[in-house]
Design a protein around this ligand. Structure first.
Ligand code: PMP
Length: 443
């Protein structure tokens, strides 16, 4: 019989063994299983500021940040307070609440292309619904996505996707009907010629192009200057919409997401629909799709495109999102940029000191590293990312983990900083780097 309660003093290994008996692979999301880096996943029991603590009582400086949401650091007292207050008033009503409108208004005030917004619970739902809406609006079926971009796990979006599929080298997923997969056309990222060729051939059947505003699910690969703008022009010339997926970048890389960074340059672009997640929920299950009112008003109950959710706009979750966004002021983003720049520089210096050729990939405060000579020149697409010496990451990762620093458990993921990474936390990271770089060098 399986134990029904954790014995006191259970190790991560005990907990993982028990989890594997009850849960496929012992995890509820594949990358958590440490398959690509090996070893035993840490079972976390608490988090505060820049730190997470595992079941063995060991504390790590965290550079995963819940895969993005924790821009303020974990368990920010005001966010926790707002959640506690909301929880005390009831967990879920299945009716409208004032705070949902407030979150929509906060987002619309920051990201001009978002005139109307609907809340959902996960990034997967946001992109899935945005695509249905684009199809309903245009009356067309085909979707264009870029190789190495990840937009969640709905059927049509798993072709050559990043994140866990990159980690596990899967071209797609079993269980997606061929007829569904055939509606998604995959194009190399940052390649306008390839995109133009797809439009030349199928232009009148393409409903939308979906793109990560800046790609960060194959490691970080920023759009080339002007790429987003040119892709909007190309899509619009063919009557197709552009869905800019800011689930990961939204309100992380700037107060107005990646859109806000490019809005201040010659590359300013206006997507038709934008998807959000992660930061908009402040660590709780909130995501959103928004965009031009004329398009958004095709959603039920105003229009014929159906979309709904029992937990959509959940008051406890939205309280976390609203409070996080309210607290995310210029000083927070300045701090994120500062910590990010420090780590980029110091990791790079440590790798260089050990003779490890590498490239640093940056999009706003998001960054990742490419290992080996092939990575040193940087990557602008998925093929470029795959050309690196990815095996050097596992020993690097484990040396950091042994020294009390928790990195993303895959080379194909961005590193996430928080505004709570103070000098104590960053110096612990810097202290760990020389040994980790040595481990990468000798791999
Ligand atoms: N889009 C992007 C750009 C993402 O990074 C993610 C998640 N990492 C998703 C969509 C899917 O979000 P979720 O995991 O909340 O379904």
């Amino acid at each position: 019989a399986r134990p029904t309660r954790s014995p006191e003093g259970a190790t991560n290994a005990d907990l993982f063994a028990r989890a594997q008996a009850a849960i496929p692979g012992g995890v509820n999301s594949p990358v958590r299983a440490f398959r690509s880096v090996g070893g035993t996943p840490r079972f976390l029991v608490s988090a505060r500021g820049p730190y997470v603590t595992d079941a063995e009582g060991r504390e790590y400086v965290d550079l995963v940040a819940g895969w993005g949401p924790a821009i303020l650091g974990h368990a920010h007292p005001e966010v926790i307070g707002a959640v506690q207050d909301a929880a005390a008033r009831g967990l879920s009503f299945g009716a409208s609440t004032p705070v949902e409108t407030e979150l929509a208004e906060l987002i619309e005030a920051r990201v001009a292309p978002v005139e109307k917004l609907r809340l959902v619970s996960t990034g997967t739902e946001a992109t899935m619904s945005a695509i249905r809406l684009a199809r309903g609006f245009t009356g067309r079926d085909l979707l264009v996505k870029f190789a190495g971009h990840y937009h969640g796990h709905s059927d049509g979006l798993l072709a050559e996707a990043g994140s866990g599929l990159a980690t596990f080298a899967l071209p797609g997923s079993a269980g997606v009907p061929a007829d569904v997969a055939a509606l998604t056309l995959v194009v190399p990222y940052n390649d306008l010629d390839a995109l133009a060729a797809v439009f030349a051939e199928h232009g009148d059947r393409i409903a939308a192009v979906i793109t990560e505003a800046a790609a960060a699910n194959m490691g970080v690969v920023p759009p080339l200057p002007g790429f987003n703008r040119a892709l909007v022009e190309l899509a619009h010339a063919h009557g197709a919409l552009v869905i800019s997926d800011e689930v990961l970048t939204g309100f992380r890389v700037s107060k107005a997401g990646w859109w806000g960074i490019e809005a201040e340059t010659d590359a300013a672009f206006t997507p038709d629909l934008v998807t959000f997640g992660k930061v908009v929920g402040g660590g709780m299950p909130v995501a959103a799709l928004g965009g031009r009112a004329e398009i958004m008003e095709r959603l039920a109950p105003l229009g014929p495109v159906y979309q709904a959710g029992t937990l959509s706009g959940n008051p406890v979750a939205v309280a976390a999102g609203v409070t996080t966004l309210r607290l995310a002021d210029d000083a927070v983003y300045a701090k994120l940029d500062e910590v990010s720049a420090l780590l980029q520089r110091e990791v790079s210096a440590a790798l260089s000191a050990e003779g490890v050729a590498h490239g640093v990939q940056v999009a706003g405060n998001l960054f990742s590293f490419l290992f080996g000579e092939a990575g040193a020149g940087g990557a602008r697409d998925y093929a470029g990312v795959l050309a690196q010496e990815s095996w050097r990451y596992a020993p690097f990762f484990h040396a950091m983990l042994d020294a009390g620093v928790s990195l993303p458990p895959s080379v194909f993921e961005a590193w996430f900083v928080t505004a709570a990474h103070d000098d104590t936390a960053t110096s612990r990271i810097l202290d760990a780097l020389p040994a980790a770089a040595r481990a990468a060098a000798s791999a």
